[in-house]
Design a protein around this ligand. Structure first.
Ligand SMILES: [Zn+2]
Length: 210
């Protein structure tokens, strides 16, 4: 069934589950679950460890794709170290979940992110750069989490995030956020302004000096 025939109900994203496989990593042997959004053709994944469908709060991270940070070791943001720390914490607990959403560059896409970085090289902050390119400060949507969590049988999470938007997004899906666990790491001279802008303009809970 195509989502063009059946538009997603407001607040509920149509997402199809495709398959799962083992994903051994440096820290643990995760199970990787693949999903597709038929409307956009975008592929999304979840990494789970242990029994996450037993109703107990699941140590979880909602992570939006950041190619430069997650895969290319960029110091312009804190995405890679946050992902790594979340995977380490899940491995240490032996149970948890990462929802890896393919919404690169706070939802603007990789090429626009390069343009936004260029504007930042010339003095704009991360929010001004996105707005100058005609985007909202944060274009990410977390509605994708709803069908993923339903499929995986997760109803309650201990969410590793500094972003209150993610907490309220989950609560609006009737997911219990039993705990919010901050991930504060990797401040360096290149991301200092980025992190400060996230705190002042995007409401992230980041201590000014760490
Ligand atoms: Zn990043």
């Amino acid at each position: 069934m195509s989502s063009l025939d059946l538009p997603a109900i407001q607040g509920e994203q149509a997402l199809e589950y495709v398959d799962s496989c083992a994903l051994p990593t440096t820290w643990a042997n995760f199970t990787m679950h693949a999903f597709i959004d038929p409307a956009s053709g975008k592929e999304h994944i979840a990494l789970s460890l242990g029994d996450i469908a037993d109703g107990q709060p699941v140590l979880a991270r909602i992570h939006s794709e950041c190619l430069t940070g997650d895969a290319l070791f960029s110091k312009r943001c804190d995405c890679g170290p946050q992902l790594e720390l979340a995977m380490q914490k899940i491995a240490a607990e032996g149970r948890g979940l990462i929802l890896y959403l393919r919404q690169e560059g706070r939802g603007i896409g990789l090429l626009a992110k390069v343009q936004a970085y260029h504007l930042q090289d010339e003095g704009a902050d991360t929010v001004e750069a996105n707005q100058r390119l005609g985007f909202a400060a944060d274009q990410r949507s977390y509605s994708l989490c709803d069908p993923m969590l339903k499929h995986l049988g997760v109803t309650s999470v201990k969410l590793m995030t500094n972003n209150p938007r993610k907490v309220s997004a989950l609560q609006s899906m009737q997911i219990t956020v039993a705990e919010q666990i901050p991930l504060i790491i990797a401040r360096n001279p290149y991301n200092e302004r980025y992190l400060a802008t996230k705190a002042t303009k995007l409401g992230h809970m980041l201590a000014p000096e760490l």
